[in-house]
Design a protein around this ligand. Structure first.
Ligand SMILES: Cc1cc2nc3c(=O)[nH]c(=O)nc-3n(C[C@H](O)[C@H](O)[C@H](O)COP(=O)(O)O)c2cc1C
Length: 319
């Protein structure tokens, strides 16, 4: 196949209605418990991300105080890079006011999570459950937009709750609510992380039903080749790899290089280990963060590898 090429359009800034923007359309997929704190600071120091997409901030019994929201965004804002702040909840009025506050604090976009498949989240009727409530989705997104004026509102979805035959109905909801960006994982909520048939044709179908709305693809983006396949078959406007960042923290960089038509250097094992060590140092090797470090290492290297075993030894030596 020769050198990988990806759409150069993915390198274009995504400029929102209020003039704020993302530098490109290559976003780090949000991961609760992972793309936070030390992970963000290390990725940033190594120059491996262009913008941030926070994991969901749960809005349950009320509107969080500004101080708490500021604290949530602090590690991301500290990098000086644009931040998409994600929220999740069930009361549209709370979500709307929280979104307004997050924009005030400095988010460039506030995203509504309608995708999370965790049993706890579904049990509380938020996250992916929202896909079963089209009227609720329109109300929540419309109220968020109204509260935020010209500031950007986006939504993260999956291609259905029970089945991908829900795509046209979900798209109709989104056309009515008209968010400024949509990020779409090709699986349905019920499919969790199982393999699915023809994933990209689902994304293509959803995207085609959302003319004029920037459409970011998500799902199984572990390499430049994966991004290339998604680009070719689903014509997405950008990508948000998530788990792939744990295996290869330089993935966003490599995708950007391929968009520019440049050959991309891949990280060596030593470099990945060095990054992991820096994440460990940034988290201060505190007891509660070691599980976090190991979680990342397990994905980055695999449990059977000498690198992982070495890390286990290092860590147990420090407790
Ligand atoms: C540990 C973990 C935590 C996640 N947390 C979030 C989250 O807070 N918000 C969200 O929209 N998606 C979340 N996701 C979903 C990812 O952003 C992404 O859509 C999904 O994992 C599919 O992409 P991937 O195959 O590249 O990982 C999470 C995924 C993982 C694995």
């Amino acid at each position: 196949m020769g050198m990988n090429t990806l759409p150069s359009e993915w390198l274009q800034p995504l400029v929102f209605r209020d003039g704020r923007s993302l530098p490109n359309r290559i976003l780090p997929g949000p991961m609760d418990g992972v793309t936070e704190g030390s992970f963000v600071s290390v990725l940033d120091a190594a120059g491996l991300a262009f913008s941030w997409f926070t994991p969901f901030i749960r809005i349950s019994n009320g509107i969080p105080r500004r101080a708490r929201l500021r604290e949530k965004l602090a590690p991301y804002l500290a990098t000086g890079k644009p931040v998409i702040a994600q929220i999740m909840g069930i009361y549209p009025d709370y979500l709307a006011e929280t979104a307004r506050r997050l924009h005030e604090i400095g988010a460039v976009c506030v995203d509504l999570n309608c995708a999370c498949p965790s049993a706890t989240v579904l049990g509380s009727h938020s996250g992916g459950y929202c896909l079963t409530e089209p009227d609720w989705m329109v109300e929540a997104l419309t109220k968020m937009k109204a509260a935020c004026g010209t500031h950007a509102i986006s939504v993260k979805i999956r291609c259905g709750f029970y089945g991908a035959d829900e795509i046209p109905d979900i798209a109709a909801v989104l056309r009515e609510a008209a968010p400024d960006m949509v990020t779409c994982h090709f699986r349905t909520v019920r499919e969790l992380y199982k393999p699915v048939e023809a994933p990209y044709s689902r994304l293509a179908q959803m995207h085609a039903l959302l003319p004029g709305i920037p459409f970011i693809g998500s799902g199984d983006l572990f390499s430049v080749e994966d991004a290339q396949r998604m680009a070719e078959e689903a014509h997405v406007d950008g990508v948000a790899p998530a788990r792939g960042l744990l295996k290869n923290p330089a993935l966003l960089q490599e995708i950007a290089a391929a968009c520019a038509g440049n050959p991309c250097a891949t990280l060596s094992t030593e470099q990945r280990l060095a990054l992991l060590n820096r994440i460990g140092e940034a988290s201060g090797h505190r007891r509660k963060d070691q599980g976090f470090l190991l979680k990342i290492a397990r994905v980055m290297f695999g449990e059977e590898t000498p690198e992982f075993q070495q890390l286990l030894e290092d860590i147990s030596g420090k407790t």
